[in-house]
Design a protein around this ligand. Structure first.
Ligand code: FES
Ligand code: FE2
Length: 304
């Protein structure tokens, strides 16, 4: 090993972009949650009007956690220790209950740009603290509630977040690693066993850098075979969009001829080398949610 090798410029630990902190339906009005991710401590709360706010969690007075035991009052959160009140938009302390003086300007917590998108509460993270220069996506069918929510899944993956978008563009591995169908199960050792031959996948895919540069797309075609016989209704064409490092959207124009599907994937670094990946699946046909559930299960086998 060349010990004289220069390290060069080391990039920031976490990349810039929008990242899911939690799912929208896990945060009721007038409630708060403490979330640790991206090397930060977040107090996430929803006010009575339904608007979400994200502040640094620890109170600048004596360090209590605003999200644990703090009360939501209007668009502010009240510290559970001495009752100082912090504005959810600016992070400024607006009132100290036992003082008639105006709170000092330095009584302030950092407030984070946040948004709700596709069933998730997202925060904008930028290593140099720049303001958002793109917004998290809204999608017809999902954002307007027209499609039915079919289920969710969650994986913790021990890797750097950069490996995941790079894996998405690595189309060469699809016909090596992702050929075995659901019967083979998620274990790598079963990939070439008898059960892996019952139902098989084959893929064609092409990756393209997007414009703007935080995006990319993969055009993916899937063919399904049962005992080596092609089953035409299992042909699936999907369009996959990467939006920054933390969001991926897979759209299926026709899932087994039964409806349109959207799989939303978010990836959030909970530590530098530990990622939380969440999938939520939406299907246009409300009578056949079971199709969405089976599809999500198959997706989970592939992820595992
Ligand atoms: S620690 Fe928050 S008000 Fe004192
Ligand atoms: Fe893969």
């Amino acid at each position: 090993m060349n010990k004289k090798k220069e390290l060069g410029e080391i990039p920031p630990v976490f990349p810039n972009g929008w990242f899911a902190l939690m799912e929208s339906n896990d945060l009721a009005k007038n409630s708060s949650k403490f979330i640790q991710a991206l090397g930060e401590n977040f107090a996430v709360f929803r006010d009575a009007d339904g608007e979400v706010h994200v502040l640094d969690a620890y109170c600048p007075h004596l360090g209590a956690n605003l999200a644990i035991g703090g009360k939501v009052r209007g668009n502010c959160i009240e510290c559970p220790f001495h009752g100082w009140l912090f504005d959810g938009n600016s992070g400024q302390c607006t009132s100290i209950p036992y003082s008639s003086s105006k709170p000092p300007v330095q009584a302030k917590v950092k407030s984070w740009p946040c948004a709700e998108s596709l069933g998730f509460i997202m925060v904008w993270y930028h290593a140099e603290a720049e303001e958002p220069f793109w917004q998290p996506p809204q999608i017809k069918g999902v954002s307007d509630g027209e499609f039915s929510f079919c289920g969710r899944s969650e994986h913790y993956i021990s890797t750097h977040i950069q490996d995941l978008p790079e894996n998405g563009s690595d189309v060469a591995h699809l016909n090596v690693l992702h050929t075995a169908g659901i019967p083979a199960g998620p274990r790598l050792v079963d990939l070439h066993g008898f059960l892996s031959k019952i139902f098989t996948h084959s893929w064609t895919a092409s990756w393209k850098q997007g414009d703007p540069s935080h995006t990319s797309t993969v055009a993916l075609t899937h063919t399904g075979k049962v005992l080596n016989w092609r089953v035409p209704f299992m042909d699936i064409i999907s369009n996959i969009e990467q939006k920054g490092p933390g969001i991926v959207i897979l759209r299926f124009d026709s899932l087994f001829g039964l409806g349109q599907g959207v799989l939303v994937q978010t990836v959030t670094p909970v530590e530098p080398l530990m990622q939380r990946m969440v999938h939520r699946f939406y299907f246009s046909n409300p009578w056949l949610k079971i199709v969405g559930k089976i599809f999500l299960y198959g997706e989970n086998v592939q992820v595992s």
